[in-house]
Design a binder for this molecule. Structure first.
Ligand code: SAH
Length: 193
């Protein structure tokens, strides 16, 4: 695989991400929110995710602005990146499909919110965040540049570590003992068997 082909794959991954999310974004607008835990920190980390996962790599691939931080390309790294990108998209799609109307881009409880514990949620509590880590990893593999490649993982780390404990506290406040039992049989990012 060439570096140019890897850049095209990265761009296709971005397109697929937008296409997968769009119908859920539209549906979410129609479902009432009953408990809104959005904070400035959360909005900021979400914004930084767009910067790290989209804006910085796109800017670099279009203009070469971070070329001073390039490192040597290996086709094997590119193929690995493609495999990780496909796993990101599959997990991202399935977590949207199984979370369905309970999905929100921020921390919110919706009207008639159900605790989803089937499908990809049966063994992992945060499969969508697992998919974000895979997204960041695929970017690091597809773009051989210390800045543009790793900006995604850095922004996912910020979002994940600032949000996951708050999200679990919100879910525990809403679902009580059911959520505790769910936590006991699931892993946060990797499956628990
Ligand atoms: N953390 C999950 C979901 C991300 S979307 C994941 O990584 O897959 C964030 C929203 O999903 C939260 O605001 C919360 O309302 C909702 N949520 C998270 N886990 C859920 C679950 N198991 N069942 C129902 N809703 C959930």
């Amino acid at each position: 695989m060439t570096e140019d082909f890897a850049a095209v794959l990265w761009a296709l991954g971005m397109g697929a991400w937008l296409i997968i999310r769009q119908p859920y974004r539209v549906k979410a607008r129609k479902t009432k929110v009953v408990n809104d835990r959005r904070s400035l920190l959360e909005r900021t980390t979400l914004g930084l995710c767009i910067v790290g996962l989209v804006a910085i790599p796109a800017l670099h691939l279009l203009t070469g602005v971070f070329s001073f931080a390039n490192y040597g390309w290996s086709p094997v790294q590119g193929w690995l990146g493609a495999a990780v990108m496909i796993s990101f998209l599959v997990l991202f799609y399935l977590s949207h499909k199984h979370l369905a109307r309970n999905w929100s881009v921020t921390l919110e409880i919706r009207q008639d919110h159900k605790l989803v514990d089937h499908g990809v949620y049966s063994r992992i509590r945060h499969p969508m965040y697992t998919s974000f880590w895979l997204w960041g990893l695929s970017q690091a593999l597809l773009i051989p540049n210390w800045i543009a490649g790793f900006a995604g993982l850095a922004s996912v780390a910020l979002l994940y570590f600032s949000r996951v404990t708050k999200e679990e506290a919100m879910m525990r406040a809403q679902f009580g003992a059911d959520y505790d039992a769910y936590c006991a049989r699931t892993g946060r990012l990797v499956p628990r068997f």
